[in-house]
Design a protein around this ligand. Sequence first.
Ligand code: F6P
Length: 342
Amino acid sequence: MRVGILTGGGDCPGLNAVIRAVARKGIVHYGFDILGIKNGWLGLIEGRILPLDLASISGILPRGGTILGTTRTNPFKVEDGVGKIFAQVEKFELDAVIAVGGEDTLGVASKLHDKGLRCVGVPKTIDNDLRGTDYTFGFDTAVSIVAEALDRLHTTAEAHHRVMVVEVMGRNAGWIAVEGGIAGGADIILIPEFPFDLDEVCAQIQSRRERGKMFSIVVVAEGARPKDSSLIALSGEKDAFGHVRLGGVGNLIGREIEMRTAIDTRVTVLGYIQRGGSPTAFDRILATRFGVAAIDMVQQEKFGYMVGLQGNRIVHVPFEEALAEPKTVDADLYEIAKVFFG
Ligand code: F6P
């Protein structure tokens, strides 16, 4: 068989571990030809496809990013994008495509599968908000980075008796904020699932001061928003999947807290630090398990499914089920975080 693999959407640590696992098992165990498709769906439209051999995947396990490159290209928004994809599939004699991506990339995989492309999905989102899998790789790395940042911000916040607002990733769901915040001992965590009230936030900060704790760490997910307000976007521009670029909620909250409480407040936006660099051991193992499972599915000719982790078992989830709606933060987990608020 000739199998193409592509990585689409925002990158995250562990993508190279998936590519390595797919190629290693595909080449050595099944005798497949594995082809790397550059830059997500764009590479399939343009025919930027090259063979992967054992040498090209050597040494990539601990590397962040993706050796294949990535874009947020939506073939359904490109003139004759779908027609071009099927032409390239024929030209390169691809028997199957493994798409590694989040809701947008897998949404395209699902639609192309309905049109006859033999596709397997591997879930990827730093935000951990895909349904059908308990975890996506990259998320554990991001949580570790947030926890380490909070440890560092604690010491400077305490020294200066300041409020530190820390903005982290999380467009539709606050998984990074909640898990990173619990791990790093946040005093308040604000997430998209529960619009916040700034008066309440300020009251929590004040009452903590009255208890003698002269600093506060407030973690906010980029998609969090005040009650009765919409998402805080950096600009009105939308990507090919209709998402606005978020950013700015941390600064808004920081300004308001300082104005309302007269407490010295600083803001840190962690940004792309959370997505860069080497994956944790957990993410390397999860990504490897996903890659092996994906190529096994190709060998079994089981298409139209995404691999996932449920409990500690690898499962196969139909695309429609995985893509039905985002996986938002578990209310019980948020209750645990709230025990430590204020
Ligand atoms: O979708 C994952 C994500 O990291 C979001 O948390 C964030 O809003 C977005 O990607 C950033 O996208 P880009 O890489 O296009 O700036």
